[in-house]
Design a protein around this ligand. Structure first.
Ligand code: ZN
Length: 270
């Protein structure tokens, strides 16, 4: 009962927080599959790990807006060195006139806003006083959203040019973009594939890779985001050059990064 109640509140909040934006375009981008998102959340200690899949479902309600939270088109040769990079790719308020009326819309950067969105959710979690039922539900909404996006963050192709979208430097990378589009689903399912081949061995390897990270501030979080994003992009670039999907070792490294970050963040805000 409580589970379905939270589910509907989650959808409600997600829709009404962002409904005022009429920005639409057509594109397609998936994510780690639901099993991988739930695995990351479970290993991080979240109570309802499958809820980490919800942002992929909510996304379908308003695809052109919500999809920007799931990726960033990092230029292939870029290595992000400064946390200022994160602040450049965000959702901005703009005003437009429609039928003679001035209305506010929210416009996400076309290169994707995942890094900013993770910071935005963390700041909301930090500020929240969980004294009321409403705020407890809000906390869950932020928590399961951030669980999802921290999952996507480690996916190599979510940090690589996608199809015909501009990358963070404003340039287009048609070959890398096509590789991303053609291989996206195979990357998304890579962890699940390796996991089911040998669950025991994967569990042991993941457990040995999970690290304790101190997240006490936005700067701590940004530092971790950059580490995971740069590592993801390096793997994506290697896979593109060698025309392959990530190896088991590459996938486990990335998934462990997500688990370590989510676990630390959960422990520091719960
Ligand atoms: Zn996603």
């Amino acid at each position: 009962m409580r589970g379905s109640f939270k589910f509907f509140l989650f959808l409600f909040l997600a829709l009404f927080l962002f409904i005022e934006n009429p920005f639409r375009c057509v594109n397609l981008s998936l994510a780690w599959d639901c099993e991988t998102h739930a695995y990351i959340a479970k290993k991080a200690g979240l109570k309802n790990p499958e809820y980490a899949c919800l942002p992929d479902i909510v996304r379908e309600e308003f695809y052109s807006f919500f999809v920007s939270f799931h990726y960033h088109s990092l230029p292939p040769q870029e290595v992000i060195k400064s946390s200022e990079y994160i602040d450049r790719f965000k959702v901005e308020e703009k005003f437009v006139y429609m039928n003679g009326k001035k209305i506010k819309i929210l416009v996400p950067h076309p290169s994707g806003t995942i890094y900013w969105k993770i910071v935005d959710l963390y700041e909301r979690m930090q500020k929240l006083n969980k004294g009321s039922l409403e705020n407890k539900v809000k906390y869950d909404y932020y928590l399961y959203s951030i669980a999802h996006f921290i999952g996507d963050l480690s996916n190599p192709l979510h940090n690589f040019p996608f199809y015909e979208k501009p990358a963070g430097d404003g340039n287009f990378y048609p070959e890398e973009g096509k590789f991303n589009k053609d291989n996206h689903e195979r990357f998304d399912k890579a962890f699940t594939l390796y996991y089911h081949l040998n669950p025991k061995e994967i569990e042991q390897k993941i457990d040995s890779k999970i690290e304790v990270i101190k997240i006490n501030s936005v700067e701590d979080l940004k530092r971790e985001i950059l580490k995971i994003a740069n590592s993801a992009k390096e793997i994506a670039l290697r896979c593109f050059k060698e025309n392959r999907i990530p190896t088991q070792e590459e996938v486990l490294k990335q998934v462990s990064f997500s688990i370590s970050l989510l676990k630390s963040l959960y422990n520091s805000t719960y």
